[in-house]
Write a protein that binds this ligand. Structure first.
Ligand code: 16G
Length: 255
């Protein structure tokens, strides 16, 4: 059921069931509980809710204000009202080459990792291609569920040539910190981002429902001399990340 159908007053508004704003508040709360209105989703504008429900805007405003007072929705000046979420909202620049640990520290959040895989392996065909290595070389894998203030944010599977990271067990908190210590921290990276619907295993790790939106990110990072440092395949929670890129007008070719 979509939101306008759900708010159809024929389904819930009763003349004898108390104040109308309380009934609307209850209907919106039910929609949030049933995830018709999902955490972080915007509520339809007051004007639209008033049109669908045939209630006055004053009544609609009162219902939303009461939800906001109880922390069920969050009102953002100039942007409207959103279903409250306990998922941290991360705005991530696409132009800075930072590590997960640094990104979270900068936001005052504690980052932790749950290990999924850590060791030296024979490279998979994908790793051979992505890392530009020979088939008989070995690869260090560092795969983690990354959390911020205890909330799962991303699954990151990094592969590095063992010439760059000979002992993956050295990575306890930050991979980039270990690389920095050996003078092999990447200085440049290419990143590819695509939209996905989370499969059952990834959804379980990220503590969201199967089929929810996620972002698949592939990062290949390089040293100044062009050597490849890492090939990392990550799955980020779609409800937690906003990637931001600054765009500039391309310079007109000089004539
Ligand atoms: C970031 C990078 C990842 C890198 C990790 C190192 C993206 C999509 N990924 O999460 O490629 O391996 O940082 O983090 O940004 P760490 O130093 O905290 O282990």
């Amino acid at each position: 059921m979509n939101v306008p159908e759900f708010l159809d007053p024929a389904l819930w508004l009763r003349p004898d069931a108390g104040p109308r704003y309380v009934q609307l508040r209850q209907r919106l709360t039910d929609g949030i509980d049933q995830r018709i209105l999902k955490p972080g989703a915007s509520l339809p504008p007051e004007r639209i809710i008033a049109t669908i429900t045939d209630l006055s805007r004053v009544t609609v405003r009162k219902a939303i204000k009461s939800l906001a007072e109880d922390g069920i929705v969050v009102q953002k000046q100039g942007f409207g009202s959103f279903v409250a979420t306990d998922t941290p909202q991360i705005e991530q620049s696409l132009s800075r080459l930072t590590s997960f640990t640094e990104d979270m520290t900068r936001r005052g959040m504690a980052s932790t990792s749950v290990w999924l895989e850590r060791g030296v392996f024979m490279p998979s065909p994908d790793e051979v291609v992505a890392l530009g290595m020979s088939q008989d070389a070995s690869v260090s894998r560092v795969a983690r569920l990354r959390t911020a203030d205890g909330k799962p944010m991303a699954i990151e599977r990094a592969s590095l040539p063992t010439t760059i990271l000979p002992n993956p067990l050295e990575v306890t908190t930050s991979l980039y910190e270990v690389l920095e210590a050996t003078g092999l921290r990447p200085v440049r990276a290419l990143q590819k981002i695509s939209a996905i619907n989370l499969g059952p295993a990834d959804a379980e790790l990220l503590a969201v429902n199967e089929g929810e939106a996620g972002l698949r990110i592939e990062r290949t990072s390089y040293l100044a001399d062009g050597r490849i440092v890492e090939f990392t395949q990550s799955i980020y929670r779609g409800d937690a990340y906003n990637f931001v890129a600054e765009l500039r007008l391309a310079k007109e070719p000089e004539t």
